[in-house]
Every structure is written in C-alpha cells, then in structure tokens.
Ligand binder design. Structure first.
Ligand SMILES: Nc1ncnc2c1ncn2[C@@H]1O[C@H](COP(=O)(O)OP(=O)(O)OP(=O)(O)O)[C@@H](O)[C@H]1O
Length: 241
C-alpha cells in the first residue's frame, strides 16, 4: 500500500513561494485508482512526487510501511513503482521485443513477449521485431508502453493522462486495455485522467483541486458530484456567453 502523509510541494517564483501541493494525505490500496480534477490542480506534480521525479518539500511517502521519501526514481522502481511516460524511450536499433524484455527484467520467450502485446490489443507478429521509432503512431507507442508496464508487473503503476493525444478509436481500445488490466494486474493502477470513461472503471476516485484533496471515495460517491459541478459550470458558462 502507498501512503502519502501531509505532502507539500512548493517552488520559488521570483521572490514568492508558490505552494503547488498543500498537506496531501492519502492511502492508495485499491486496485484501480483514478486521480482527477481541474487543470493546474496539482495532479501531475503529485504523480512525479510518487515516482520520485520531484521531491516533496514536506511530508512522507510510505510504500508498504517503508519510508521511501528520500529514494530516487530508480530505487523506487526497484521497490515496485512504475511510471508510464507519455511515450516509451527510443534508441536506435531497439525493437519492441527488446523493450518488453528489458521491462520484464529477465530473458523471455518470443511467445511470452507476444502475449504482452496481445494484451494491449496489438497483433504481436506485426510489432515484435519492429524498431521503436517515429514510424509507430502515438496510439501504438502508448500501447507498447502499457505492455511494458504489464510485463514489469509492479506493485504500483502510474499513468499520467494516458488518453492524451490519441484518437477516439484508439481511446475506445485503451479503455478495454485498462478494463483488462483491472482484472489481470496484481498491484494497484493509479491513473490521472479527465475522462469520465476512465473514472467509471475506477474503484476509487480522488479529486485534486488547488493543490488539495477536494474529494475521495468510490465512483458512486464522487462521480455524481463531479458531474453535477461540471454541469453547473457549463450552465453558468452558457448564461455568461
Ligand atoms: N516547477 C514549477 N514551477 C512553477 N510552477 C509549477 C511547477 N510545476 C508545476 N507548476 C504549477 O503548478 C500547478 C499544478 O501543475 P500540475 O501540472 O501538477 O497540474 P495538473 O493538475 O496536472 O494540470 P492538468 O490537468 O492541466 O495537466 C500549475 O499551476 C503549474 O503551472
């Protein structure tokens, strides 16, 4: 279980101190957790703090009771926290199979590597020996990144807006991939998303607004309020136009 205790994150801007996250305390032990909230609320900053890319200015992060606040990205990765970048890394000559083998951390058969690609809806034989380069589309790259996360099989997999930049067709498939992951993955999945369909498959929704936890609970508890406030906002906007 991941536990955030009174996490704060501030940056210096000129002579002023900007508090981006304020006293965030959370327990993440559900299988599928979605973080949502308005633009600029602090979601990506929180994800980077969990992954170890940013260090909090105050507070503690515990993974299964162990204090990991001062651990680096690599040390956290070794403890079982994976962060899905928008796109997988690219090196000349590196194939999809190489990436999946690296993610798994041990030698695997072609059949096993292919099974991870099939899980994310890619026809394995078309992709397994392809070089990871600009010839792959954004949606394909994203699925390869997700296949790597599944292969890694870590305690906590973090995704920051996985839907960003992909078309509607690929998005529909992505939702199916996440639904499938929900069944198969052993650890927890933490997804930052603005998409109602992703929130819909979450066991727990956390709303981050203005650097604070504005709400958290099951989708039955949080989603109606979230939708009501966005409808109220839309009505207000229509009146103002
Ligand atoms: N290093 C930094 N220096 C100054 N301001 C920063 C820094 N990092 C983040 N911010 C600001 O902190 C706020 C939160 O940013 P963050 O990217 O975490 O929001 P978000 O909730 O992920 O937004 P979105 O939904 O638009 O992706 C924003 O106002 C952003 O401009």
């Amino acid at each position: 279980m991941l536990e955030l205790q009174n996490i704060g994150y501030a940056v210096e801007e000129g002579n002023t101190r900007k508090e981006i996250l304020k006293n965030i305390s959370l327990k993440i032990d559900d299988r599928f957790v979605a973080i949502t909230g308005p633009n600029g609320g602090g979601k990506s900053t929180l994800a980077k703090i969990i992954a170890g890319i940013n260090k909090p200015t105050s507070g503690k992060i515990l993974l299964d009771g162990e204090d990991i606040t001062d651990l680096s990205v690599t040390e956290r990765a070794n403890k079982g926290i994976s962060f899905a970048f928008q796109q997988p890394v690219r090196f000349k000559g590196l194939t999809v199979r190489d990436l999946i083998t690296l993610a798994k951390g041990e030698k695997i058969s072609v059949a096993e590597a292919c099974s991870y690609l099939s899980e994310v809806g890619l026809c394995a034989k078309d992709y397994i020996n392809r070089e990871v380069n600009a010839s792959l589309s954004g949606g394909e790259l994203k699925r390869i990144e997700i296949a790597m996360i599944i292969a890694r099989g870590t305690k906590l997999s973090l995704f920051d807006e996985p839907e960003a930049g992909i078309d509607l067709w690929s998005f529909n498939n992505l939702i199916k991939v996440f639904e499938g992951m929900h069944e198969k993955i052993n650890g927890s999945i933490l997804i930052i998303s603005h998409q109602e369909r992703i929130l819909n498959i979450a066991d727990k929704i956390i709303v981050i607004s203005d650097g604070q936890v504005a709400a958290q609970g099951t989708k039955q508890e949080v989603l109606p309020k979230l939708l009501a406030s966005s409808e109220a906002c839309e009505t207000l906007m229509n009146k103002l136009v």
